[in-house]
Design a protein around this ligand. Sequence first.
Ligand code: G4P
Length: 297
Amino acid sequence: MSEIQNIQWFPGHMTKTKRKIQASLKLVDAVAEIVDARIPESSHNPDLKQIIQSKPRVVLLNKCDMADNKSTKQWIEYYEKNNIHALSVDCRSGKGVNGFVPMLNRVLKNKIDAMKLKGMANPTLRVMIVGIPNVGKSSFINRISKQTKAKVEDRPGVTRGNQWYTISKNFELLDTPGVLWPKFDDNTTAEYLAFTGAIKDQIMDTELLAMRLLELLVKIKPQMFMERFKLNDELLSSAGDSYDLLNIIGKKRGMLISGGEIDTERASVMILDEFRSGKLGRITLETPSELNKREEL
Ligand code: G4P
């Protein structure tokens, strides 16, 4: 597995990235980690805790428009039970984004109160976004900065090149997110990241990936799955394995190659595309109750 990881993230690349995040961390009071609401655990980098140390962290479950509502609620409860403030957001529509500043005010209340006690009437605090590629970091920054419109220019004491958005009367957001590497030590995490497109397809066999996704979909959302691909119980039970299922779906969609054979490669790409774009419906692949791979959030 480490070999796969190294194809996209060389150790040198990871060290450079970590240093960059650590440099930005010095400038902020809190970190907002964006994860994919469909795979909150797999899209979280467990090294983050060590990188940010005691800096307060909040979690944004993004792409909640594509995740199952009930599961998203379970995740939020789970984070809160573990004393981590979490918020579900949809950066495409902007839903939930308004809850970001109130959440920061709650998390940093003690710090704000202490600053006020020291005589600062309106203290300004700073926050940065972090997350693995493709979880929606840029979308979130664009969305929240568009809503507030104000950009703070370079100021004395702040490293040149750092730009800040004023997102409320007491919060500024660093305009550049910290990009974390996806971390996977097990096949399930790697597969989940590949299903959502967080790691590139080339490193995994497309057909195998689509077959694994089909197995999961039949298990998690059988009704939704059968409706989308116009299958019935009889057809489903006629499939001995997920390769048969892939063939049945390919045939249903008319994906044939010369000689009447089914183009399973094309069918695989189509299934993955439909999942990634949310066309298969609102699906969360992992729930807190299944957590057993990692001890810490
Ligand atoms: P990153 O900075 O973390 O790498 O992620 P980025 O914002 O570039 O978002 C990655 C993809 O996820 C983009 O799609 C973006 O539109 C989509 N996305 C971000 N937030 C949400 C969300 O809340 N819901 C949904 N459904 N999608 C979201 P793309 O296909 O790469 O580009 P495009 O379709 O926006 O052109």
